[in-house]
Write a protein that binds this ligand. Structure first.
Ligand SMILES: N[C@@H](CCC(=O)N[C@@H](CS)C(=O)NCC(=O)O)C(=O)O
Length: 214
């Protein structure tokens, strides 16, 4: 498999975690969002939406990280990223959707570029924008995690699930936008528990081949 992705992209990060949890090897193909490689014809032929990630498996090209992760779950069911019971699956999917549907899309690079260019937002305004929407989602996530007495370390149950796959990259992005995480102790604890696993560590932005040398 070939993963077209960018070290600092949250959706790429979540896909790398899912691939690692499933134990799937892949070739890393960097797509530099800073230089606009994704807006060129070559990448447009892979993903007409001009967004990373894209996963190519032989003749199959997959786009949209939620669809790709569900495909992985269906093709490679072990270890599962979703619990077996429908009610529990709905809960895990809801936790993931707070990030995937309600936080990430409005803090994406192209949205921020639009705010900078069309509304003359400076970096302080951009940080305030991101902090507002990350805070709104994290407040709900924190309440849901705090209320779940059966959780052990991760977002649900005692093993990483789809919810952790989505949450960890969003925490990374929150730190990049200097969001104060102190109101979210359960989220921080989940992030710390995941960071102890090699599957999550190997997916970290700083450890990718296209990340700048530190
Ligand atoms: N819903 C899509 C969103 C993908 C997405 O927004 N990718 C971002 C990086 S995290 C991107 O390629 N942005 C390019 C841009 O904003 O120009 C998914 O989950 O795959």
């Amino acid at each position: 498999m070939k993963l077209y992705n960018f070290f600092r992209s949250g959706t790429s990060h979540r896909l790398r975690i899912a691939l690692n949890l499933k134990g799937i090897e892949y070739d890393y193909v960097p797509v530099d969002l800073r230089t606009g490689v994704h807006l060129g014809a070559a990448f447009k032929a892979i993903n007409p939406q001009q967004l990373v990630p894209a996963l190519v498996d032989g003749g199959l090209t997959l786009t949209q990280s939620p669809a790709i992760i569900e495909w992985l779950e269906e093709r490679y069911p072990t270890p599962p990223l979703l619990p077996a019971a429908p009610d529990e699956r709905a809960r895990v999917r809801a936790l993931a959707a707070i990030v995937g549907c309600d936080i990430h899309p409005i803090n994406n690079r192209r949205i921020l570029e639009y705010l900078r260019k069309s509304f003359a937002c400076d970096e302080a305004a951009i940080e305030a924008w991101c902090a507002t929407w990350i805070g709104a989602g994290f407040e709900a996530l924190e309440a849901l995690l705090a209320a779940d007495r059966r959780r052990r370390g991760f977002c649900f149950g005692e093993a990483p699930s789809l919810a952790d796959v989505y949450l960890v990259p969003q925490v990374e992005s929150a730190r990049r936008f200097k969001v104060d995480l102190s109101p979210y102790p359960n989220i921080v604890a989940v992030d710390r528990a995941c960071a102890e696993l090699e599957t999550f560590r190997r997916a970290e932005p700083a450890r990718q081949p296209d990340a700048p040398a530190s």
